[in-house]
Ligand binder design. Structure first.
Ligand SMILES: C[S@@+](CC[C@H](N)C(=O)[O-])C[C@H]1O[C@@H](n2cnc3c(N)ncnc32)[C@H](O)[C@@H]1O
Length: 467
């Protein structure tokens, strides 16, 4: 069965979860058959029977917030062959030579698959190696320093033997190679170097505990487009805004991949409208509300600007869709059982410059956050259609005088209000790994953290379905 390699984002658990939820949906049914902290290997049930499956893969790439690239896999090399051809200590030179010859033969075959024409072509390629984990000593010491140069010169030589006029490759900075800190090229490089064109390619080598998957990049995320919308919109608050990627991932957790244009999604804490903007870009009908009039006006201004930039039609009666509403009155301002989903990042507490004391944290949770979240579930139940989902962020607060973070009983609150927790990762669907860092310690994971190192208020993502 044909396999595809998905390059995961920085928060690989979140990317894996988004991908798995998408692979449970009808248009993209499939399974993750292997993974590392950087890639997932996917087999689709039916997608490939479709004559236009490449278009579908492009739609999938466009829909997924946490996937950087999708590659089509041409071959696989077992981990044993890799270790024998590139051992940590080179002693048995004859065996090494023999094993490396096997890799060269595989490269010889896959290059015909990767490039439709080689003879008399000016070929340019970039080699991207995704390790199992970036801080693997084997990656730093052997893969970057020996395997990468072997691939670059080997592929170039084979291409010339096959009749290419030129076979140049992308040269990574030598200082990164020497220090062992090397990231494969980013999606914007794939676009900049035009590596999706027939005579140019990004050749991917994705390593897992099982071995190396070899393939060619088919589609890539367009980060410049998202960045432009996010950073150039007229109203934006740098310190508090959720990222475009996280907004898109949360929208995908609603599991609405069919007839998106008909699906009505609400963000009742719309702020400057990040979720609403990216929801519109991802084809949903978006609605929003906020307690502050200024925020609602900012969102409307941002949406009008974005639609104008994208040369899309403006939304008629936009002020009927984006309104000033306190969450406790949500069901008075929007019709009951009206929405197909809610995606939101509510008030997460004040922007702390330093970690608060435990007592101050508890006071914040008990007096402000807990009542707010109670109201969210009460009101969401009323305005959501039955079996529809709410995906929301809740804060996890790091305090000065306790090693444990402060968090709310979000699941209990949701269950009390007749919502069922939906697992973000079901271990049964994803083959487990032997490296502890890559394992899932529970059979079902109901929340995933998204935070940077040292962040005082961290975002935790939850997903629930109205019973
Ligand atoms: C963390 S911000 C949301 C930021 C938003 N995701 C964005 O991209 O700009 C939370 C928002 O909730 C609003 N808010 C706070 N309390 C509220 C309430 N009781 N009802 C509705 N909105 C509220 C605030 O005005 C603020 O705009």
């Amino acid at each position: 069965m044909e396999q595809f390699l998905f390059v995961l984002g920085r928060n690989w658990k979140l990317s894996l979860s988004e991908l798995d939820i998408c692979l449970r949906s009808t248009p993209f049914k499939g399974k993750i058959v292997d993974y590392s902290s950087n890639i997932a290997i996917v087999e689709f049930d039916e997608l490939l029977n479709d004559e236009f499956y490449v278009d579908k893969l492009e739609i999938l790439q466009y829909y997924l917030g946490g996937i950087q690239k999708i590659a089509k896999i041409s071959d696989f090399i077992s981990f044993l062959t890799l270790k024998k051809s590139f051992p940590i200590k080179a002693i048995r030179y004859n065996e090494i030579k023999k094993e490396r010859q096997k890799i060269k033969e595989i490269l010889n075959t896959i290059l015909d698959d990767i490039f439709p024409n080689i003879k008399n072509e000016n070929i340019f390629f970039a080699t991207s190696i995704y390790p199992n984990l970036y801080d693997d000593v084997y990656y730093k010491e052997v893969i970057i320093k020996h395997f990468l140069p072997f691939l670059n010169t080997g592929i170039s030589k084979i291409l010339k033997e096959k009749g290419a006029t030129k076979a140049l490759y992308y040269k990574y900075p030598q200082k990164n190679i020497d220090s062992g800190n090397l990231n494969p090229i980013f999606p914007h490089h794939v676009i900049k170097y035009q590596l999706l064109k027939p005579h140019r390619a990004e050749i991917i080598f994705g390593i897992t505990e099982e071995g190396i998957y070899l393939g060619r990049t088919f589609t890539t995320d367009d980060p410049n487009f998202k960045k432009k919308i996010d950073e150039e919109r007229p109203k934006r608050e740098f310190k508090s805004a959720i990222s475009p990627k996280l907004s898109i991932i949360m929208l995908n957790f609603l599991n609405l991949f069919k007839n998106r244009k008909e699906k009505k999604i609400l963000d009742p804490f719309v702020g400057n409208g990040t979720i609403a903007l990216f929801g519109l870009i991802e084809d949903f009908q978006m609605y929003g509300s906020d307690i502050k009039k200024k925020k609602v006006l900012n969102t409307i201004q941002n949406i009008k600007w974005a639609l104008n930039e994208l040369e899309l039609p403006q939304i008629p009666n936009i002020d009927q869709k984006f309104k000033v509403v306190d969450i406790k009155n949500l069901s008075k301002e929007f019709k009951e059982e009206f929405f197909d989903g809610i995606v939101t990042e509510p008030d997460l507490g004040p922007f702390f410059k330093e970690r608060p004391y435990y007592t101050d944290g508890i006071e914040l949770v008990e007096t402000r956050l807990q009542p707010l979240y109670e109201n969210i579930f009460k009101q969401a139940y009323k305005v959501l259609k039955s079996k529809s989902r709410i995906c929301l962020v809740a804060p996890v607060i790091s305090v000065l005088d306790d090693s444990h973070d402060l968090r709310m009983e979000i699941e209990a609150m949701a269950i009390n209000n007749n919502f069922k927790p939906i697992p973000l990762i079901t271990a049964k669907r994803i083959i487990n790994k032997s490296n502890r860092i890559l394992q899932f310690n529970k059979s079902k994971i109901f929340s995933i953290m998204d935070a940077k190192k040292g962040q005082i208020i961290k975002r935790k993502l939850y997903l629930f379905e109205k019973e």
